[in-house]
Design a protein around this ligand. Structure first.
Ligand code: UGY
Length: 282
């Protein structure tokens, strides 16, 4: 059970509110799949597309799968002046090469992925619109002989994501061998992609259209249908029921930052779209 900084556990906090978190109690809270019709989530887009097309709302067709890796590169601490260049085992340059390779691989998967039974041309094609690979934290602690960095790989195609991780890991070990440094890849997190229910996506698209037309009195044009590169609660809910999502424009596509901002009018538009969505269900 996780602890807040105050030392209070989640279980302790719930107990203080007379909620006893026994396994039996938690199982009782569980939804019966048959009792749930569907799940619709409204969220800021966290990307720049809606702002770019000048519309406050978009419907979501799917949520990308994710894999997070922790890569460790271990070399040898070499004096900055005495160890010659051809005898150095600096892990930082090895890590830099790996990071640049990851970028090339994910910008041009068709060039780097080997076509075999597991990776077909359709796998590679399906990566084109959604594959995003980034490096997050880089650390050289406890000394420059030890570098770790995290990798985040996202794509709508789960087998394509696997092919990218396979190719990255494979080349990583070759590159590290060539530089005489030790490398290790740990898989820290995996979540498969989720395809939104096509019916819900279409309903949310037309509900957005209706809402924007009601608000402005004008034809808003085609409502975008987007893929979500960010993970959402809908991923977990998809194990229970069909899911749909409505995206709301946010300034500069920025999130997880004090600069995150959404216009009140856009929140209002989202509310009106949810209302129009419910009206279609009546
Ligand atoms: N909506 C989100 O930003 N979810 C996660 N933090 C993520 O996608 O990493």
């Amino acid at each position: 059970m996780c602890k807040f900084f105050s030392g209070v556990t989640v279980q302790g906090a719930l107990r203080a509110s007379s909620i006893e978190t026994t396994e039996e109690n938690l199982l009782q809270l569980k939804y019966e799949p048959k009792s749930v019709w569907g799940y619709v989530e409204v969220h800021i887009e966290q990307g720049p597309v809606l702002e770019n097309v000048g519309l406050p709302l978009g419907s979501v067709k799917g949520i990308a799968g994710q894999t997070r890796l922790k890569v460790t590169v271990k070399g040898t601490q070499g004096h900055a002046g005495t160890v010659p260049m051809n005898m150095r085992q600096d892990p930082m340059v090895a890590a830099a090469e790996l990071i640049v390779f990851l970028e090339s691989l994910c910008k041009q998967p068709d060039y780097y992925l080997s076509y075999d039974g597991q990776c077909t041309s359709s796998t590679v094609e399906s990566l084109a619109g959604s594959l995003v690979c980034t490096v997050g934290e880089i650390s050289t602690w406890p000394s420059a002989s030890n570098v770790t960095f995290t990798v985040d790989v996202r794509a709508m195609d789960d087998s394509g994501r696997e092919a990218i991780i396979y190719e990255f890991s494979n080349r990583l070990y070759h590159m590290c061998d060539r530089r005489s440094v030790f490398c290790n890849v740990e898989r820290k997190h995996d979540a498969n992609a989720v395809v939104c229910d096509p019916g819900l996506s279409t309903q949310l698209k037309s509900a957005s259209y209706t809402a924007l037309k009601r608000i402005t009195g004008e034809d808003p044009g085609d409502i975008p249908v987007l893929m979500s590169g960010a993970g959402h609660d809908a991923m977990a809910m998809s194990h229970l029921t069909k899911v749909g999502m409505l995206f709301v424009r946010c300034r500069g596509g920025i999130s997880h930052s004090p600069a995150e901002h959404v216009l009140d009018d856009d929140v209002w538009a989202a509310g009106m779209a949810v209302l129009a969505f419910f009206e279609t269900l009546l």
